[in-house]
Design a protein around this ligand. Structure first.
Ligand code: NAP
Length: 313
């Protein structure tokens, strides 16, 4: 059986839930698919210190729970389903999930982005056995151990700082001689006696197996010199890629897969399909900018849906 909704929102990060709040308050009774990571990337972070309204900070999962409740309070429905296919070719759009079929007059895509890893041969084997892309999720397993963090952005700083609560030593391996992270985050890391930085260096090999766990990495300096670096854990913090595989070949995207929207609106190249948050934002990628974009997408969707009704009258 296929269920129809005026508006379906795909994704449950700050963009998806904010779109849900605004759309629900506009009486669109949106259905929000929460996807593979309900609550989005903030559910795997700890303290969120820069979301306005929380002078003492708020835990990421708590913020997302509050956003979900706020959307539900106004009539949004949330579903723990994974969208597997969307037919964009005609309206209403057909949306298939892992368990049901739906149609919608308008869509808001807020599928966010996922962590990038280094692409080394035995990553799949070692993931969860010393290898991770989420310190908040896995740091606990490295109590009393030594770990490496790869990257030089805010995520790497945040992960390294968080890991010092558990690990005895954290080594940041960065491919350049300067971090791109904000000054505040950099200072926090550089002043931490448990954190050491190896500059101008890349991790080129992971040593270990599922049975032994990660035991060491091979580091390669800019001049090509290779060294064996014993470690129990490696955390990638080298950025994210947009979750746009479902939209390939239909929706316009840039060369690395971020959806193109007709700024300052949230309109994609398909009428009735809107996008918000990290899925279409390679630049700012903040919870607050995503929330703002979710609001814009809901208002755009509402205008679109009312124009359809008016044109039928
Ligand atoms: P990012 O800013 O894109 O930084 C990625 C880092 O990984 C860069 O230092 C980059 O090196 C390095 N890198 C990329 N590919 C690599 C590879 N193949 N091998 C080795 N190193 C590689 O990503 P991010 O740190 O995830 O941050 C993304 C956005 O989220 C930013 O806007 C950031 O401000 C925001 N953020 C904010 C907070 C916060 O405010 N609390 C926390 C986390 C993230 P290069 O520097 O050489 O390019």
């Amino acid at each position: 059986m296929t269920t129809h909704h005026p508006l379906i929102i795909i994704g449950s990060g700050p963009a998806g839930f904010t779109a849900g709040i605004y759309a629900a308050r506009a009486d669109l009774a949106p259905l929000i698919f929460e996807g593979i990571q309900p609550g989005g990337q903030l559910t795997i972070t700890t303290d969120v210190e820069n979301f306005p309204g929380f002078p003492d900070g708020i835990m990421g999962p708590d913020l997302m729970d509050a956003m979900r409740k706020q959307a539900q309070r106004f009539g949004a429905t949330t579903a723990y389903e994974m969208v597997t296919n969307i037919d964009f070719s005609k309206r209403p759009f057909a949306v298939t999930t892992d368990s049901k079929s739906y149609t919608a007059d308008a869509l808001i895509l807020c599928t966010g982005a996922s962590a990038i890893t280094g692409g080394l041969p035995n990553e799949a084997e070692l993931m969860g056995h010393g290898l991770s892309a989420c310190a908040t999720c896995d740091a606990f397993f490295f109590r009393g151990k030594e770990v490496v963090v790869v990257g030089g952005g805010d995520s790497a700083m945040e992960e390294a700082h968080f890991l010092t609560k558990f690990a005895t030593k954290v080594t940041i391996v960065h491919r350049r001689d300067a971090f791109r992270a904000s000054k505040t985050m950099q200072s926090r890391v550089l002043e931490n006696p448990k954190i050491n930085v190896i500059w101008n260096t890349e991790v080129v090999e992971l040593i270990g197996s599922k049975e032994t766990g990660l035991t060491a990495v091979t580091l390669q300096a800019k001049d090509g010199e290779r060294t064996n670096f014993p470690t129990n854990g490696l955390f990638y913090a080298i950025g994210h890629k947009p979750n746009t595989d479902l939209f390939k070949g239909v929706l316009d995207m840039n060369e690395v897969g971020y959806l193109n929207v007709a700024s300052p609106s949230s309109k994609t190249n398909v009428e009735g399909v809107f996008a918000a948050g990290d899925v279409c934002d390679p630049h700012y990628r903040q919870a607050i900018s995503s929330a703002g974009a979710g609001c814009i997408a809901a208002m755009d969707a509402e205008h679109f849906l009312s124009s359809q009704v008016t044109s039928l009258v």
